[in-house]
Design a protein around this ligand. Structure first.
Ligand code: AFP
Length: 350
C-alpha cells in the first residue's frame, strides 16, 4: 500500500496550533493540555531510549549517575504523566492503568478535561528491547459545574465521547499517532532536536489486509467459531487473498500500529480462562478503537462497536477485534456463525 507521507515541515506544536484555529470558540486549554502531555512523552521517550543502560548507569542501586532514583520504567512513566499533567489546570481527573482508582485534581487546579492512560503498554517487552507504547484518551467533563468533585461516573464515558486519543510507539523510531476527531496524523520524533515532526498526514487503513495478529497460544481456549475464523485465514484461497500471515508482538500499540499501516486484523478475544479478554476498555481498547475508526477502520468486541460500550468500572476488560473494515466485519460474521465458509466447511464434514 502507499502511505502518503507529509510534504510540509510541521512540528507537532505547530500542528496543534493549526488545529486550534479550526475551532472558532477554542480557548487554547485543550492545546495547553496536549503540550503538557507532550512534555511527559518526551521524558518517557528519553528514559525508554536508555532503558538498556539503566543497570550500567544506575549500577542497580537506588540512584543513577544523574542522581535520579532508578525505578521500573512503567512506574516512572506513570509518575511522569501524573506530575506533568497535575499543575496545568486543564484536567479535573485522571485514571491510569498503573494507579488504583481515579486521581482527582484539587479544586484550585481543576479544568474541564479528563485523561485516561496506559503509561507503558507491553511492559513484558521492556527488558528485551522490543517495542512498547503509551496510550491516552481525553474526554470532556460532562458536567458544567467544575467546582463539584468529579464522580467516578464522569470517568466512565463510552469511547464515542472521546475528544482525542493517541498512542506513542517506542520502536525503531518513536512515533506519535493521534486524532482529535478529524482523521489520524502520525508524528516521528527527532531525538536530537527533541521535536515530533508530522510524517504521515491523514493516515487511512487499507480496506482489507493480509495479516492477522492474535496470541494463538490460547487457541484451544477459544470459541470454536473463532477457531474456524483463524483456520479460514490460514487456508489458501484460489484468488491468492489467503493465507494471511501471522504477526504478533505482544504489545497492543505495536500490533495495532502495524495493522493501521498495512491493514488486517488485531484480536484479543475472550477465552474460557478470560471471559472478557485481557485488554482494558478504558485504557487500551477505547483509544485504539477511536484511532482505527478515525483512520477508516472498524473496532468491535465481536458483536458491538467498542466505542458504543458503556463502561461500568475503570478496570473493565473487553474482547477486542480491530483493523481493516472488511476483515473485522468478516470476523464478526464468523463469530455469529454466518460466514459462508463455515457452511461449506460443515457440509464437507458431513
Ligand atoms: P503488559 O503491558 O502487561 O505486557 O500487557 C500488554 C498487553 O496488555 C497488550 O499490550 C498486549 O496486546 C497483550 O497484553 C499481550 O498479552 P498476551 O501476552 O496474553 O498475548
Amino acid at each position: 500500500m502507499a502511505i502518503v507521507t507529509a510534504q510540509r515541515l510541521v512540528t507537532i506544536e505547530r500542528h496543534i496550533a493549526e488545529q486550534e484555529h479550526l475551532h472558532p470558540h477554542a480557548t487554547g486549554e485543550f492545546s495547553r493540555l496536549l503540550r503538557d502531555l507532550l512534555l511527559a512523552i518526551r521524558l518517557i521517550a528519553r528514559e525508554v531510549s536508555r532503558a538498556g543502560l539503566t543497570d550500567i548507569l544506575g549500577l542497580t542501586g537506588t540512584t543513577n549517575i544523574y542522581g535520579e532514583a532508578v525505578r521500573k520504567l512503567d512506574s516512572y512513566a506513570n509518575e511522569v504523566i501524573i506530575r506533568a499533567m497535575e499543575p496545568g489546570g486543564h484536567l479535573c481527573a485522571m485514571a491510569s492503568e498503573e494507579s488504583a482508582g481515579p486521581i482527582i485534581l484539587p479544586p484550585e487546579r481543576r479544568g474541564k478535561y479528563i485523561l485516561l492512560f496506559d503509561p507503558l503498554d507491553g511492559s513484558t517487552n521492556i527488558d528485551v528491547n522490543v517495542t512498547i507504547g503509551t496510550i491516552f484518551s481525553i474526554y470532556r467533563r460532562p458536567v458544567e459545574d467544575t467546582s463539584r468533585e468529579p464522580s467516578i461516573e464522569e470517568l466512565l464515558q463510552p469511547g464515542c465521547r472521546q475528544v482525542a486519543a493517541g498512542y506513542v510507539c517506542y520502536g525503531s523510531s518513536i512515533t506519535l499517532v493521534y486524532s482529535t476527531g478529524r482523521g489520524v496524523d502520525v508524528f516521528t520524533y527527532d531525538p536530537t532536536l527533541g521535536e515530533f515532526f508530522l510524517t504521515v498526514e491523514q493516515l487511512r487503513i487499507p480496506r482489507r489486509g493480509k495479516q492477522y495478529s492474535i496470541n494463538e497460544g490460547n487457541a484451544l481456549r477459544w470459541d470454536p467459531r473463532l477457531q474456524q475464523y483463524i483456520q479460514y485465514l490460514k487456508t489458501p484461497s484460489g484468488d491468492g487473498s489467503r493465507p494471511y500471515a501471522l504477526r504478533y508482538i505482544g504489545t497492543a500499540v505495536a500490533d495495532v500500529h502495524r495493522v493501521l499501516h498495512y491493514g488486517g486484523i488485531f484480536m484479543y478475544p475472550a477465552d474460557s480462562a478470560n471471559p472478557n479478554g485481557k485488554l482494558r476498555l478504558l485504557y487500551e481498547a477505547n483509544p485504539l478503537a477511536y484511532l482505527v475508526e478515525q483512520a477508516g477502520g472498524r473496532a468491535s468486541d465481536g458483536t458491538r462497536p467498542i466505542l458504543s460500550i458503556q463502561p461500568h468500572s475503570l478496570d473493565q476488560r473487553v474482547p477486542l477485534f480491530l483493523g481493516s473494515p472488511e476483515d473485522v466485519a468478516e470476523a464478526e460474521a464468523f463469530l455469529r456463525g454466518e460466514h459462508p465458509w463455515q457452511r461449506s466447511a460443515a457440509a464437507t464434514a458431513l
